[in-house]
Design a protein around this ligand. Structure first.
Ligand SMILES: Cc1ncc(COP(=O)(O)O)c(C=O)c1O
Length: 428
Protein backbone atom coordinates (compact mmCIF):
# COMPACT_ATOMS: atom_id res chain seq x y z
CA UNK A 1 0.00 0.00 0.00
CA UNK A 2 1.23 3.48 -0.86
CA UNK A 3 1.51 5.81 2.15
CA UNK A 4 -1.55 8.05 2.36
CA UNK A 5 -3.66 5.94 0.00
CA UNK A 6 -6.65 4.32 1.68
CA UNK A 7 -6.85 0.55 1.69
CA UNK A 8 -9.75 -1.01 -0.18
CA UNK A 9 -12.63 -2.73 1.62
CA UNK A 10 -12.56 -5.27 -1.19
CA UNK A 11 -10.66 -8.52 -0.58
CA UNK A 12 -9.07 -8.40 -4.03
CA UNK A 13 -5.69 -6.66 -4.19
CA UNK A 14 -5.74 -3.11 -5.51
CA UNK A 15 -4.25 -2.57 -8.89
CA UNK A 16 -3.28 0.68 -10.54
CA UNK A 17 -5.30 1.91 -13.48
CA UNK A 18 -3.27 3.58 -16.19
CA UNK A 19 -5.60 4.30 -19.11
CA UNK A 20 -9.14 3.98 -20.39
CA UNK A 21 -11.07 4.03 -23.65
CA UNK A 22 -14.75 3.61 -24.39
CA UNK A 23 -16.17 1.26 -21.74
CA UNK A 24 -12.80 -0.29 -20.79
CA UNK A 25 -10.03 0.51 -18.33
CA UNK A 26 -6.50 -0.98 -18.24
CA UNK A 27 -4.27 -1.59 -15.24
CA UNK A 28 -0.49 -1.29 -15.02
CA UNK A 29 -0.12 -5.04 -15.66
CA UNK A 30 -1.86 -4.57 -19.01
CA UNK A 31 -5.14 -6.23 -17.93
CA UNK A 32 -8.29 -4.88 -19.54
CA UNK A 33 -11.57 -4.57 -17.62
CA UNK A 34 -15.08 -3.92 -18.86
CA UNK A 35 -16.21 -1.15 -16.52
CA UNK A 36 -19.73 -2.35 -15.71
CA UNK A 37 -20.16 0.26 -12.96
CA UNK A 38 -19.09 3.34 -14.92
CA UNK A 39 -16.18 4.10 -12.57
CA UNK A 40 -18.33 4.83 -9.51
CA UNK A 41 -21.68 5.18 -11.33
CA UNK A 42 -20.45 8.38 -12.92
CA UNK A 43 -18.72 7.75 -16.28
CA UNK A 44 -22.00 8.11 -18.19
CA UNK A 45 -20.50 8.80 -21.61
CA UNK A 46 -17.54 6.42 -21.55
CA UNK A 47 -13.82 7.15 -21.52
CA UNK A 48 -11.65 8.92 -24.07
CA UNK A 49 -14.09 11.75 -24.79
CA UNK A 50 -12.22 14.46 -26.69
CA UNK A 51 -15.12 16.90 -26.26
CA UNK A 52 -14.97 16.69 -22.45
CA UNK A 53 -11.17 16.90 -22.34
CA UNK A 54 -11.43 19.86 -24.73
CA UNK A 55 -14.00 21.65 -22.55
CA UNK A 56 -11.69 21.23 -19.57
CA UNK A 57 -8.61 22.49 -21.43
CA UNK A 58 -10.41 25.48 -22.90
CA UNK A 59 -11.84 26.62 -19.61
CA UNK A 60 -8.61 25.89 -17.70
CA UNK A 61 -6.61 28.08 -20.05
CA UNK A 62 -9.18 30.92 -20.03
CA UNK A 63 -10.29 31.07 -16.37
CA UNK A 64 -9.51 28.10 -14.11
CA UNK A 65 -10.89 29.64 -10.93
CA UNK A 66 -13.27 32.27 -9.59
CA UNK A 67 -13.73 32.67 -5.83
CA UNK A 68 -17.30 31.45 -5.22
CA UNK A 69 -17.90 33.67 -2.18
CA UNK A 70 -17.23 36.78 -4.27
CA UNK A 71 -17.80 36.03 -7.97
CA UNK A 72 -19.80 34.17 -10.54
CA UNK A 73 -17.92 32.90 -13.56
CA UNK A 74 -19.23 32.80 -17.11
CA UNK A 75 -19.01 29.03 -16.98
CA UNK A 76 -20.99 28.65 -13.74
CA UNK A 77 -23.65 31.07 -15.01
CA UNK A 78 -23.96 29.24 -18.32
CA UNK A 79 -24.10 25.83 -16.70
CA UNK A 80 -26.67 26.99 -14.14
CA UNK A 81 -28.87 28.33 -16.95
CA UNK A 82 -28.56 25.15 -18.99
CA UNK A 83 -29.29 22.92 -16.01
CA UNK A 84 -32.32 24.91 -14.89
CA UNK A 85 -33.64 24.82 -18.43
CA UNK A 86 -33.16 21.04 -18.58
CA UNK A 87 -34.76 20.50 -15.15
CA UNK A 88 -37.68 22.81 -15.92
CA UNK A 89 -40.20 24.24 -13.45
CA UNK A 90 -40.54 24.48 -10.50
CA UNK A 91 -36.74 24.63 -10.15
CA UNK A 92 -35.41 28.16 -10.16
CA UNK A 93 -32.02 27.98 -8.48
CA UNK A 94 -28.98 25.73 -8.49
CA UNK A 95 -26.14 25.68 -5.97
CA UNK A 96 -22.96 23.91 -7.04
CA UNK A 97 -20.66 21.69 -4.98
CA UNK A 98 -17.81 19.36 -5.82
CA UNK A 99 -19.31 16.07 -4.60
CA UNK A 100 -22.59 14.34 -3.88
CA UNK A 101 -21.96 14.23 -0.12
CA UNK A 102 -21.36 17.97 -0.05
CA UNK A 103 -24.55 18.48 -2.07
CA UNK A 104 -26.48 16.49 0.55
CA UNK A 105 -25.02 18.79 3.22
CA UNK A 106 -26.23 21.82 1.26
CA UNK A 107 -29.72 20.31 0.89
CA UNK A 108 -29.94 19.63 4.63
CA UNK A 109 -28.72 23.14 5.51
CA UNK A 110 -31.17 24.65 3.01
CA UNK A 111 -34.02 22.65 4.60
CA UNK A 112 -33.21 23.96 8.10
CA UNK A 113 -32.91 27.50 6.80
CA UNK A 114 -36.19 27.16 4.89
CA UNK A 115 -38.02 26.03 8.01
CA UNK A 116 -36.53 28.93 10.01
CA UNK A 117 -37.55 31.34 7.27
CA UNK A 118 -41.18 30.17 7.32
CA UNK A 119 -41.38 30.28 11.12
CA UNK A 120 -40.48 26.74 12.18
CA UNK A 121 -36.98 27.03 13.66
CA UNK A 122 -37.71 24.03 15.89
CA UNK A 123 -37.94 21.70 12.90
CA UNK A 124 -34.45 20.22 12.83
CA UNK A 125 -35.12 16.49 12.36
CA UNK A 126 -34.72 15.00 8.90
CA UNK A 127 -36.72 11.86 8.13
CA UNK A 128 -34.75 9.25 6.23
CA UNK A 129 -35.29 5.76 4.95
CA UNK A 130 -34.03 2.28 5.88
CA UNK A 131 -31.05 1.23 3.76
CA UNK A 132 -30.62 4.52 1.89
CA UNK A 133 -27.14 5.98 1.42
CA UNK A 134 -26.52 9.71 1.24
CA UNK A 135 -22.78 10.23 1.48
CA UNK A 136 -19.53 10.02 3.40
CA UNK A 137 -19.55 13.27 5.40
CA UNK A 138 -20.95 13.38 8.94
CA UNK A 139 -24.12 15.34 8.09
CA UNK A 140 -24.89 12.97 5.22
CA UNK A 141 -24.11 9.94 7.40
CA UNK A 142 -26.56 11.19 10.03
CA UNK A 143 -29.37 10.65 7.51
CA UNK A 144 -27.79 7.51 6.03
CA UNK A 145 -29.02 4.06 7.00
CA UNK A 146 -26.58 2.04 4.88
CA UNK A 147 -25.13 0.29 7.92
CA UNK A 148 -21.68 -0.72 6.63
CA UNK A 149 -20.91 2.96 5.96
CA UNK A 150 -22.66 4.35 9.05
CA UNK A 151 -21.77 1.86 11.78
CA UNK A 152 -18.11 2.90 12.38
CA UNK A 153 -19.28 6.45 13.18
CA UNK A 154 -22.40 5.67 15.23
CA UNK A 155 -20.82 7.08 18.38
CA UNK A 156 -20.40 10.55 16.87
CA UNK A 157 -23.75 10.53 15.04
CA UNK A 158 -25.72 10.89 18.26
CA UNK A 159 -27.53 7.57 18.52
CA UNK A 160 -28.87 4.88 16.25
CA UNK A 161 -30.44 5.63 12.91
CA UNK A 162 -34.21 6.15 13.26
CA UNK A 163 -34.88 5.36 9.63
CA UNK A 164 -38.35 4.85 8.22
CA UNK A 165 -39.11 1.28 7.18
CA UNK A 166 -42.33 0.17 5.54
CA UNK A 167 -44.39 -1.96 7.93
CA UNK A 168 -42.21 -1.34 11.00
CA UNK A 169 -42.83 1.39 13.60
CA UNK A 170 -44.31 4.72 12.54
CA UNK A 171 -45.98 5.23 9.17
CA UNK A 172 -44.30 7.39 6.55
CA UNK A 173 -46.80 10.13 7.26
CA UNK A 174 -46.06 10.03 11.03
CA UNK A 175 -42.34 9.97 10.34
CA UNK A 176 -42.49 13.07 8.19
CA UNK A 177 -44.86 15.12 10.38
CA UNK A 178 -42.86 17.74 12.25
CA UNK A 179 -39.64 17.08 10.31
CA UNK A 180 -37.73 19.73 8.39
CA UNK A 181 -37.45 17.39 5.44
CA UNK A 182 -37.56 13.85 4.18
CA UNK A 183 -34.51 12.69 2.26
CA UNK A 184 -34.73 9.58 0.07
CA UNK A 185 -32.89 8.00 -2.82
CA UNK A 186 -35.42 7.72 -5.63
CA UNK A 187 -34.09 4.23 -6.44
CA UNK A 188 -31.96 3.09 -3.48
CA UNK A 189 -28.79 1.66 -4.96
CA UNK A 190 -25.65 1.14 -2.84
CA UNK A 191 -27.44 -0.08 0.31
CA UNK A 192 -30.37 -1.97 -1.18
CA UNK A 193 -29.42 -3.06 -4.71
CA UNK A 194 -31.75 -0.97 -6.86
CA UNK A 195 -35.32 -2.05 -6.04
CA UNK A 196 -37.56 0.21 -8.12
CA UNK A 197 -40.34 1.76 -6.01
CA UNK A 198 -43.84 0.66 -6.96
CA UNK A 199 -46.12 2.99 -8.94
CA UNK A 200 -47.61 5.60 -6.63
CA UNK A 201 -44.68 5.59 -4.19
CA UNK A 202 -43.24 8.98 -5.07
CA UNK A 203 -46.75 10.43 -4.94
CA UNK A 204 -46.93 9.07 -1.41
CA UNK A 205 -43.65 10.81 -0.56
CA UNK A 206 -44.95 14.04 -2.07
CA UNK A 207 -48.27 13.82 -0.19
CA UNK A 208 -46.65 12.89 3.12
CA UNK A 209 -44.28 15.89 2.84
CA UNK A 210 -47.13 18.21 1.86
CA UNK A 211 -49.26 17.08 4.81
CA UNK A 212 -46.31 17.21 7.23
CA UNK A 213 -45.02 20.56 5.83
CA UNK A 214 -41.61 18.98 5.30
CA UNK A 215 -39.46 19.40 2.21
CA UNK A 216 -38.98 16.38 -0.04
CA UNK A 217 -35.29 16.07 -0.85
CA UNK A 218 -34.75 13.64 -3.74
CA UNK A 219 -31.22 12.21 -3.67
CA UNK A 220 -30.46 11.68 -7.36
CA UNK A 221 -26.68 11.54 -7.00
CA UNK A 222 -26.46 8.02 -8.41
CA UNK A 223 -29.65 7.90 -10.46
CA UNK A 224 -29.38 11.22 -12.30
CA UNK A 225 -28.01 12.30 -15.68
CA UNK A 226 -29.35 9.53 -17.88
CA UNK A 227 -28.64 6.55 -15.63
CA UNK A 228 -32.27 5.40 -15.78
CA UNK A 229 -33.25 7.03 -19.08
CA UNK A 230 -34.16 10.52 -17.90
CA UNK A 231 -32.46 13.55 -16.38
CA UNK A 232 -33.46 12.12 -12.99
CA UNK A 233 -35.12 8.93 -11.78
CA UNK A 234 -38.05 10.90 -10.34
CA UNK A 235 -38.74 12.46 -13.74
CA UNK A 236 -38.93 8.98 -15.25
CA UNK A 237 -41.14 7.57 -12.46
CA UNK A 238 -43.39 10.65 -12.66
CA UNK A 239 -44.25 9.67 -16.26
CA UNK A 240 -46.42 6.89 -14.81
CA UNK A 241 -50.10 7.66 -14.31
CA UNK A 242 -49.92 7.08 -10.54
CA UNK A 243 -47.01 9.47 -10.09
CA UNK A 244 -47.80 12.26 -12.49
CA UNK A 245 -47.20 15.62 -10.83
CA UNK A 246 -45.04 14.24 -7.99
CA UNK A 247 -42.19 16.77 -7.96
CA UNK A 248 -39.54 17.09 -5.22
CA UNK A 249 -38.73 20.41 -3.51
CA UNK A 250 -35.00 19.83 -3.61
CA UNK A 251 -33.00 17.60 -5.97
CA UNK A 252 -29.46 16.56 -5.04
CA UNK A 253 -27.12 15.59 -7.87
CA UNK A 254 -23.46 14.65 -8.41
CA UNK A 255 -21.59 11.72 -10.00
CA UNK A 256 -22.88 11.58 -13.62
CA UNK A 257 -23.16 15.38 -13.87
CA UNK A 258 -19.40 15.44 -14.45
CA UNK A 259 -19.35 12.10 -16.34
CA UNK A 260 -16.19 11.11 -14.44
CA UNK A 261 -14.23 14.04 -15.87
CA UNK A 262 -14.77 16.69 -13.21
CA UNK A 263 -15.98 16.70 -9.61
CA UNK A 264 -19.28 18.50 -9.80
CA UNK A 265 -22.48 18.15 -7.80
CA UNK A 266 -25.16 20.41 -6.50
CA UNK A 267 -28.68 21.10 -5.44
CA UNK A 268 -31.69 22.25 -7.43
CA UNK A 269 -34.20 24.28 -5.43
CA UNK A 270 -37.88 24.70 -6.27
CA UNK A 271 -38.89 28.34 -6.57
CA UNK A 272 -40.89 28.38 -3.33
CA UNK A 273 -37.84 27.12 -1.42
CA UNK A 274 -35.51 29.63 -3.08
CA UNK A 275 -37.96 32.47 -2.46
CA UNK A 276 -38.34 31.58 1.22
CA UNK A 277 -34.56 31.39 1.62
CA UNK A 278 -34.23 34.85 0.06
CA UNK A 279 -36.67 36.31 2.57
CA UNK A 280 -34.88 34.74 5.55
CA UNK A 281 -34.19 37.06 8.51
CA UNK A 282 -30.81 35.29 8.72
CA UNK A 283 -29.71 36.88 5.44
CA UNK A 284 -28.88 35.12 2.19
CA UNK A 285 -28.29 31.38 2.21
CA UNK A 286 -24.68 30.72 1.31
CA UNK A 287 -22.61 27.57 1.20
CA UNK A 288 -19.18 28.79 0.21
CA UNK A 289 -16.57 26.16 -0.49
CA UNK A 290 -13.43 26.82 -2.47
CA UNK A 291 -14.19 24.64 -5.47
CA UNK A 292 -17.99 24.90 -5.55
CA UNK A 293 -19.04 25.96 -9.05
CA UNK A 294 -15.47 25.78 -10.30
CA UNK A 295 -15.32 27.03 -13.91
CA UNK A 296 -13.57 23.90 -15.23
CA UNK A 297 -16.10 21.59 -13.57
CA UNK A 298 -18.99 23.73 -14.84
CA UNK A 299 -17.58 23.67 -18.38
CA UNK A 300 -17.55 19.87 -18.20
CA UNK A 301 -21.05 19.84 -16.69
CA UNK A 302 -22.43 21.95 -19.52
CA UNK A 303 -20.74 19.79 -22.14
CA UNK A 304 -22.16 16.62 -20.49
CA UNK A 305 -25.64 18.10 -20.57
CA UNK A 306 -25.25 18.98 -24.26
CA UNK A 307 -23.91 15.51 -25.09
CA UNK A 308 -26.86 13.85 -23.31
CA UNK A 309 -29.13 15.73 -25.69
CA UNK A 310 -27.07 15.55 -28.90
CA UNK A 311 -26.43 11.82 -28.53
CA UNK A 312 -30.01 11.14 -27.42
CA UNK A 313 -28.69 9.29 -24.39
CA UNK A 314 -32.00 9.10 -22.52
CA UNK A 315 -33.65 7.55 -25.58
CA UNK A 316 -30.67 5.25 -26.07
CA UNK A 317 -30.93 3.96 -22.50
CA UNK A 318 -34.68 3.40 -22.86
CA UNK A 319 -34.12 1.65 -26.17
CA UNK A 320 -31.51 -0.74 -24.78
CA UNK A 321 -32.66 -1.23 -21.18
CA UNK A 322 -34.73 -4.31 -22.04
CA UNK A 323 -31.65 -5.85 -23.70
CA UNK A 324 -29.62 -5.26 -20.54
CA UNK A 325 -32.46 -6.62 -18.39
CA UNK A 326 -32.83 -9.56 -20.78
CA UNK A 327 -29.11 -10.41 -20.62
CA UNK A 328 -29.26 -10.49 -16.81
CA UNK A 329 -32.69 -12.16 -16.48
CA UNK A 330 -31.43 -15.79 -16.66
CA UNK A 331 -29.46 -15.14 -13.46
CA UNK A 332 -32.81 -15.19 -11.62
CA UNK A 333 -33.00 -18.96 -12.22
CA UNK A 334 -29.81 -19.51 -10.23
CA UNK A 335 -30.61 -21.05 -6.81
CA UNK A 336 -28.56 -18.36 -5.04
CA UNK A 337 -30.19 -15.39 -6.77
CA UNK A 338 -33.23 -13.97 -5.01
CA UNK A 339 -34.08 -11.17 -7.42
CA UNK A 340 -32.83 -9.33 -10.49
CA UNK A 341 -34.28 -5.83 -10.90
CA UNK A 342 -33.64 -2.22 -11.82
CA UNK A 343 -34.42 0.49 -14.31
CA UNK A 344 -32.50 1.86 -17.28
CA UNK A 345 -28.78 1.12 -16.99
CA UNK A 346 -28.97 0.54 -13.22
CA UNK A 347 -29.50 -3.12 -12.33
CA UNK A 348 -29.36 -4.98 -9.02
CA UNK A 349 -28.90 -8.67 -8.25
CA UNK A 350 -29.90 -9.81 -4.76
CA UNK A 351 -28.35 -13.05 -3.51
CA UNK A 352 -29.70 -15.70 -1.13
CA UNK A 353 -28.30 -18.67 0.75
CA UNK A 354 -31.24 -20.89 -0.19
CA UNK A 355 -34.51 -20.82 -2.08
CA UNK A 356 -36.44 -19.63 0.97
CA UNK A 357 -34.67 -16.29 0.60
CA UNK A 358 -32.47 -16.59 3.72
CA UNK A 359 -29.45 -14.33 3.33
CA UNK A 360 -25.90 -15.66 3.50
CA UNK A 361 -24.07 -15.13 6.81
CA UNK A 362 -22.39 -11.74 6.45
CA UNK A 363 -18.99 -13.00 7.56
CA UNK A 364 -18.76 -15.04 4.35
CA UNK A 365 -18.46 -11.81 2.36
CA UNK A 366 -20.29 -13.33 -0.61
CA UNK A 367 -20.91 -10.03 -2.40
CA UNK A 368 -17.27 -9.00 -2.08
CA UNK A 369 -16.19 -12.41 -3.36
CA UNK A 370 -18.54 -12.00 -6.32
CA UNK A 371 -16.98 -8.61 -7.08
CA UNK A 372 -13.50 -10.17 -6.97
CA UNK A 373 -14.55 -13.18 -9.10
CA UNK A 374 -16.05 -10.88 -11.76
CA UNK A 375 -12.91 -8.79 -11.71
CA UNK A 376 -10.83 -11.93 -12.25
CA UNK A 377 -12.97 -12.37 -15.39
CA UNK A 378 -12.28 -8.82 -16.52
CA UNK A 379 -15.59 -7.24 -15.47
CA UNK A 380 -15.99 -4.55 -12.77
CA UNK A 381 -19.20 -4.66 -10.69
CA UNK A 382 -20.25 -3.29 -7.26
CA UNK A 383 -20.71 -5.37 -4.09
CA UNK A 384 -23.11 -4.21 -1.36
CA UNK A 385 -24.47 -5.70 1.84
CA UNK A 386 -27.35 -5.17 4.25
CA UNK A 387 -30.30 -5.36 1.87
CA UNK A 388 -32.05 -8.06 3.94
CA UNK A 389 -31.87 -6.70 7.50
CA UNK A 390 -29.26 -3.97 7.56
CA UNK A 391 -26.40 -6.42 8.23
CA UNK A 392 -27.09 -9.46 6.08
CA UNK A 393 -28.25 -9.52 2.49
CA UNK A 394 -25.65 -9.53 -0.29
CA UNK A 395 -26.39 -7.60 -3.44
CA UNK A 396 -24.56 -6.58 -6.59
CA UNK A 397 -24.97 -3.58 -8.85
CA UNK A 398 -24.37 -3.37 -12.58
CA UNK A 399 -24.42 0.09 -14.16
CA UNK A 400 -22.43 0.24 -17.41
CA UNK A 401 -21.67 3.49 -19.23
CA UNK A 402 -24.75 4.72 -21.07
CA UNK A 403 -22.92 4.24 -24.39
CA UNK A 404 -22.38 0.49 -23.89
CA UNK A 405 -23.89 -2.09 -26.24
CA UNK A 406 -25.59 -5.49 -26.11
CA UNK A 407 -22.33 -7.42 -26.58
CA UNK A 408 -21.09 -5.74 -23.39
CA UNK A 409 -24.29 -6.82 -21.61
CA UNK A 410 -23.65 -10.42 -22.68
CA UNK A 411 -20.06 -10.25 -21.39
CA UNK A 412 -21.30 -8.92 -18.03
CA UNK A 413 -23.90 -11.70 -17.76
CA UNK A 414 -21.32 -14.41 -18.54
CA UNK A 415 -18.92 -13.08 -15.89
CA UNK A 416 -21.72 -12.93 -13.29
CA UNK A 417 -22.93 -16.46 -14.10
CA UNK A 418 -19.44 -17.95 -13.86
CA UNK A 419 -18.68 -15.97 -10.70
CA UNK A 420 -21.92 -17.20 -9.09
CA UNK A 421 -21.01 -20.79 -9.81
CA UNK A 422 -17.51 -20.28 -8.43
CA UNK A 423 -18.49 -18.36 -5.28
CA UNK A 424 -21.67 -20.24 -4.33
CA UNK A 425 -20.57 -23.64 -5.70
CA UNK A 426 -19.96 -25.10 -2.22
CA UNK A 427 -23.49 -24.32 -1.01
CA UNK A 428 -26.46 -26.64 -1.54
C1 LIG B 1 -27.34 8.18 -3.49
C2 LIG B 1 -26.02 8.79 -3.15
N1 LIG B 1 -25.99 9.98 -2.52
C3 LIG B 1 -24.83 10.58 -2.21
C4 LIG B 1 -23.61 10.00 -2.52
C5 LIG B 1 -22.34 10.69 -2.16
O1 LIG B 1 -21.70 11.17 -3.30
P1 LIG B 1 -20.12 11.42 -3.32
O2 LIG B 1 -19.47 10.08 -3.25
O3 LIG B 1 -19.88 12.12 -4.62
O4 LIG B 1 -19.79 12.28 -2.16
C6 LIG B 1 -23.60 8.76 -3.17
C7 LIG B 1 -22.32 8.10 -3.50
O5 LIG B 1 -22.25 6.93 -3.78
C8 LIG B 1 -24.83 8.14 -3.49
O6 LIG B 1 -24.88 6.94 -4.09
Amino acid sequence: MVAGVAESASPSPRSTLVRAEGVHVWDSAGRRYLDAISGAFCVQLGYGRADLAGAMAESASRLPFARPAAFESEESERYARALLEAAGPPFSRVLFTSSGSEAVEVALKAAFRYQRAIGHPDRTRVAHVRGHYHGATLGALRVTDYRPRRAPFEAVLGGGSQAFAEGAGASLEEEVAGAAALIAETIPAAGLGAPVPPPGFITRLRDACEAGRALWIADEVLTGFGRVGGLFAWTRLAEGAEDRGAVPDVVVFGKGAGAGYAPIGGVLLARRVATALDSSPDGPFVHAQTYGGNPIACAVGRRVLSALGEEKIHERVRGKETLLAGALAPLARHPHVRDVRGLGFLRGVELQADRSGTPFPRELGIAERMEAACRDRGVLIYAGAGSADGERGDHLLVAPPLVSDPHHFAEIAIALTQALDEVTGGFP
